[in-house]
Design a protein. Sequence first.
Length: 379
Amino acid sequence: MECDLAIVGGGLAGGLLAHAFAVLRPEVRLMLIESGPQAGGNHLWSFFDGDVADSDRWLVDPFITHRWPQGHDVRFPGFERTLDCGYQSIESGRFHATLAALLGPRLLTGASAAVIAPDQVTLADGRVIRAGAVIDARGAVDLSALRCGWQKFVGHSLHLDAPHGVDRPVIMDATVDQVDGYRFVYLLPRDDRTIFIEDTYYSDTPDLDVPAIAARIAAYAAARGWDGTIVHREQGVLPVVHGGAFDRFWPADDPIARAGVRAGLFQPMTGYSLPDAVRFALWLAGRPLDDLPAATRAHARTCWRHGGYYRLLGRMLFGAARPPLRWRIFARFYRLPAPLIQRFYSGRSTIVDRIRILCGRPPVPIRSAMRALLDPSFR
Ligand SMILES: Cc1cc2nc3c(=O)[nH]c(=O)nc-3n(C[C@H](O)[C@H](O)[C@H](O)COP(=O)(O)OP(=O)(O)OC[C@H]3O[C@@H](n4cnc5c(N)ncnc54)[C@H](O)[C@@H]3O)c2cc1C
């Protein structure tokens, strides 16, 4: 088997990259190599309208399964707000079907890469794919070079016996008991009787007590009179990176190009990677395929530098705010102008945004904030 570009890992980043090349560079013979039975695994990815530039929307639009153009809500003790920015979700079933139709036999599923070299991929079954260029988009990577807090969650989709009455996503319902750091519930109404309920924690530890969180989801549903059957479950533990050394995370002599979270391309405060994956795919499709290891590393290094401000906010969150009071940081943030909030989520905060987020009466004690910012062990 031979190709010009072998993308290893048919998840979010690898799939978007393949889509970008199939449309913009059809002359490039690519292969998308995925170990699972379908591209995208069993996933639900969501994003705000503001996360993807209008001119780039074509890259994600064919994959979208749900849209909520009517905006979304946030709820904190004593404060609620509706933001008019639309929201949408991609389900991996549609993601796979669209890529399969687009790529045909160039999408290899059930193909686990055992050895990745700059010019070939050896599969676990012994097949060898020779390639002009190879890019590693296999997702989760060793995070030991980074300093992290954690955003962890368990989500259940419930099909209810009666309508739930929620007509737009609730991105944060932080009126719940504060447990294990900053806790909130995230709601996605799929249709009038199906609702996705995700119980989320900004926590100091990555441990996920799934039965305890499942019980809290059930209690949240019961308190609203929602009775029904669980039709889908998911869970995740995402790093909230607040420090570390990029050069140890991705050593300069690494001969393999990377994409997606493996390249550190995610918003440090949320762990979400879709906005970065879109920008990366379009950037890569617009440049020559030579020297990919150095070029992708340089791209990721620039993104790491731009992420410094978000890592500083992470230090404030994990280092300065006592866990039960972390919600105050988000409650204050959500009083800021809507366009600033959207730019924050897409990792595109302007200088003025950055100043505004930090200005004013801080929701954490000044001394703790200074300690967190100056403590070298936190960088
Ligand atoms: C439950 C959960 C929900 C999330 N929700 C969102 C969200 O709503 N919005 C958002 O922006 N971010 C979200 N994220 C964060 C992040 O965007 C996702 O984790 C995203 O899928 C990362 O994209 P990726 O392509 O880098 O990795 P992945 O999507 O994980 O893709 C990696 C792929 O590589 C394949 N693979 C692994 N090893 C091999 C191998 N040896 N050979 C071949 N293939 C291999 C895997 O099977 C997988 O399909 C979520 C994360 C989790 C865990």
